[in-house]
Design a protein around this ligand. Structure first.
Ligand code: NAD
Length: 476
């Protein structure tokens, strides 16, 4: 089955080349995704431009009313949406449902925008007022990665649309089906035709979106090399751009940390969603004696059951890459305490499974300590002092998240202050900020200004007009 694009509020049958979409749990091909190019992008921009003219004039409160309905539809279809995520992404049911729940929360934030995205007015002089009004940008695009097929598109769709823009989604070609379910639900909620479109494809599609003069703003979420390419290309065309990249998140573990809670948090952080999270803890920096925590971590990793506690990784290529990274670390002298290589799940032998992997004795100069693995692999680097730990984290080019585990507020605050990361957790391993706080990292994990969600996104999706007024005495 070749998936259609979504234009003018309905399926738009695709022509041209396609790529296979796999169910990573079984390894089977479940659909063909079209690889759109400039022709599809031109068409989508045309319908979006036309729809924008009227949508941007709909009062904010009326636009929000559509998203109140949409929130209910997400809740109604929570289970079927989660099943769709599981089919094309592979994550287990609980993780998929959590993703839909997060999409609901993001939609709820968008519903609060009339309360927080209003204008301002001030008397700035005698009989002179200045007021600020917000206007949408126009036609915008959101280019998303494979690892959260529903949640990441919801970082942008509700806020951008509520604020009056028309949005073209370019979902990952690995998970195109969840995007189509999103499109159907938005239409059912009452988003007018053309206000939301889906153009499928890969690099060529993205480049056509970055180049198109009719697109005013580009958000991107994906790996750092692609984030850099998109940021450069769309900025070159003078667009507003926010591009979120990859990550290498450090978990700082002090000897006084609660052993049970720390081990289970670190495990969830590193192994949850099979490590395919930009918030995944990837390097555990063990400061001095943390033997008991590491022992529990190993015990917990060994107890996890494939298919029940964790799913496969996204592709056969990803499985080979991840297993290769483990082998390389071993060859460099690291000790693989829990080994997820070569895992075969009975009945799912063709699935792309990699088991939880914990590697001890990793040295900072090893590749496994530096590059994003994006799989269920936790590298342990042992250091003697906090200074050494912080120096290790500071050397990483990334800066998405960091976490610290300790009972000492002073130790925690040292890490909070020094970590070169945009999101920091204290005694929790996945420090995703909840709305109204925004999601966004530092350094090579984000290019552009501001966060992609929360209050900060208001600035991205709007432009402000400042109107200074005075009236002649007689007309006051
Ligand atoms: P990716 O960079 O391969 O792809 C992301 C998007 O870019 C997809 O839609 C894809 O079709 C498109 N694309 C791929 N190659 C391209 C190219 N050369 N030129 C233009 N477009 C291209 O990323 P992925 O593998 O889908 O997702 C995993 C990555 O995303 C990880 O690095 C992860 O850390 C990152 N991620 C970051 C965040 C964050 O908030 N910082 C969130 C989720 C995922």
């Amino acid at each position: 089955m070749v998936i259609s694009h979504w234009l003018q509020g309905e399926l738009a049958p695709a022509e041209g080349p396609t790529a296979p979409v796999h169910n990573p749990t079984t390894g089977r091909v479940i659909a063909e995704v079209p690889l759109g190019g400039s022709a599809e992008v031109n068409r989508a921009v045309g319908v979006a431009r036309e729809a924008f003219e009227s949508w941007s004039r709909v009062p904010l409160k009326e636009r929000v009313a559509v998203f109140y309905r949409y929130r209910e539809l997400l809740a109604r279809d929570r289970r079927t949406l989660a099943a769709q995520i599981t089919e094309e992404h592979g994550k287990v049911r609980a993780e998929a449902e959590a993703e839909v729940d997060k999409a609901i929360e993001l939609t709820e934030f968008a519903c609060s925008l009339p309360q927080i995205a209003g204008g301002e007015v001030l008397e700035v002089g005698r009989s002179v007022t200045c007021r600020l009004e917000r206007y949408p940008l126009g036609v915008v695009t959101s280019i998303t990665p494979f690892n959260f097929p529903i949640m990441v598109p919801h970082w942008t769709i509700p806020n951008a649309l509520v604020l009056g823009n028309a949005l073209i989604l370019k979902p990952s070609e690995r998970v195109p089906l969840s995007a189509m379910r999103t499109a159907e639900l938005l239409a059912e909620a009452g988003v007018p035709p053309g206000v939301f479109s889906v153009v499928h494809g890969a690099r060529d599609t993205v480049e056509a979106l970055c180049d198109h003069p009719g697109i005013a703003g580009v958000t991107f979420v994906g790996s750092t090399p692609t984030a850099q390419a998109v940021y450069r290309r769309a900025s070159h065309h003078l667009k507003r751009v926010l591009a979120l990249g990859g990550a290498k998140n450090h978990l700082f573990v002090f000897p006084d940390a609660d052993p049970g809670r720390t081990a289970s948090n670190a495990l969830t952080s590193a192994i949850g969603c099979s490590g395919q999270r930009c918030m995944a803890g990837s390097v555990l920096v063990a400061i001095a004696d943390t033997e008991e925590i590491i022992r529990r971590l190993v015990e917990g990793a060994r107890a996890l059951v494939p298919g029940r506690d964790y799913g496969p990784v996204i592709s056969r290529g990803a499985k080979e890459r991840i297993e290769g990274a483990i082998t390389e670390a071993e060859a460099e002298g690291a000790e693989v305490l829990v080994d997820g290589r070569g895992l075969s799940v009975p009945g799912l032998e063709e699935g792309f499974f990699v088991g939880p992997t914990i590697i001890d004795g990793v040295r900072p100069e090893m590749r496994i300590a530096q590059v994003e693995v994006f799989g269920p692999v936790l590298a342990i680097v042992r250091v003697k002092t906090l200074e050494e730990a912080l120096a290790l984290e500071a050397r990483s080019p990334y800066g998405n998240a960091a976490s610290v585990f300790t009972r000492s507020a002073a130790s925690a605050e040292r890490v909070v202050d020094a970590a070169s990361a945009g999101m920091v957790g204290v005694n929790l391993g996945v420090p995703v900020p909840r709305e109204p706080f925004g999601f966004g990292g530092w350094n090579a994990s984000r290019y552009g200004v501001g966060d992609i969600t929360g209050r900060s996104s208001i600035e991205f999706w709007t432009q402000s007009k400042k109107i200074t007024t005075t009236w002649p005495e007689e007309s006051r």
